[in-house]
Design a protein around this ligand. Sequence first.
Ligand SMILES: Nc1nc2c(ncn2[C@@H]2O[C@H](COP(=O)(O)OP(=O)(O)OP(=O)(O)O)[C@@H](O)[C@H]2O)c(=O)[nH]1
Ligand SMILES: [Mg+2]
Length: 434
Amino acid sequence: MQRTRQPQNQTQGRAKQRAFAIAAMPEGDDLSELKELLRTAGVAVVGELVQHREQPHPNHYIGQGKVSELKELIEKADANVVVADDELTPRQERNLEKALDVPVLDRTAVILDIFAGHAHTAEGKLQVELAQLEYNMARMRGLWTHLERLGAGRGVGGIGTRGPGESQIETDRRLARDRITSLKRRLDHVRSTRAVQRAERERAHLPSVALAGYTNAGKSTLLNALTGSEVGVRDRLFHTLDPTTRTLQLQGRTFLMTDTVGFIRKLPHQLVDAFAATLEETRLADLVLHVVDASEPEDSLVEMTRAVDDVLEEIHAADSPRVLVLNKADAIDDERRAELAFRHADAVLVSAVTGEGLDDLRERVAEEFERTLTDVALLVPYSEGGTLSDLHDIAGDLSRTDTADGVLVTARLPTVLAERYDRYAVDGNGAGPA
Ligand SMILES: Nc1nc2c(ncn2[C@@H]2O[C@H](COP(=O)(O)OP(=O)(O)OP(=O)(O)O)[C@@H](O)[C@H]2O)c(=O)[nH]1
Ligand SMILES: [Mg+2]
């Protein structure tokens, strides 16, 4: 067994990157999420250290005494990178590196790296590159020096090596800033394309449902189960980055259902900014299904739910009608079921895998949508055939009577759309033209 630390030249047969996970937190010692992030990023975790403190130390994140302890532990564990569970200030990062003599990364860098690896579409790549550049700008040398030191620049690959690429290493601040400006411009363009698509959808008057939730909650699996599509599903974090929209038939009406990027605690704000266009899908949905992994213990379930609520608030989606969906019902026992029914009385319990509860969920979606409908009675002149045919498209259960003055239509319309037809409105009792 090898004991010597060789951060420069990694030998074959061992994980190229062997991370030591560290955290400063007021209480608890749960680093499972950071470890899961590292696993997703392809990095082995060889040790962990938690220090209890109210606030991270401004200079070293953990206390000075802990740093020397950590240095020994790192050597014993033969780790070649240290990863902190919070976003480090450039100062904390620099001081830790100096004291520990290994590259130090933070949670944000790991998440950015995962996003970079999972971005497939042009839009996704632009968004991730923007987030990475902004993160690196604050640090100047940023990730790129790490990858050089790890030997990754020589084609080994590894965390912090994906994204803008090596050319960025030499790029000075000004170039980076130019690049940021250009990325933002291109993303604006993407956003306007999206707005056009949305306008088209609106013209088609299709109600939209967005799946939001913590990463790995089962959003994509649920989309597949409900719409019969085949969106990629994997047991790893942030598998889905690009929104995918599918249609769904419910009680004779067509709905659009969109799967979106997952959220996480301490989601890097650079990502929230960069993914604004993508996240807009959630903001503008008629209904948000907040999907939760019910197989998680109650306290982490609550924490995840809160993290999602926070992001929804940040992107101004907090006011949209929302339904809590407890997924993975197949993975919990009766006792937990009872507890969930008690604690989250208004939620729908489903299993995207076995199909349990999906009918209830469909009914609930239709019901929530019903609530947004308003009864209208309209008198549409015969000359306005276009309006009539629009109404036919929007209202599932339209009834019409031909009168001398035009067609008398009674229907249930989404409230926002109903307003558009105000000028045709007849007396609320449907008693006839005013
Ligand atoms: N037991 C069980 N596992 C499920 C269920 N739904 C999803 N999973 C599993 O949970 C993991 C994550 O599922 P995804 O659908 O990819 O989750 P997601 O929310 O789309 O995740 P991201 O796109 O990464 O944010 C996969 O391994 C799924 O097979 C379920 O109802 N029961
Ligand atoms: Mg997904």
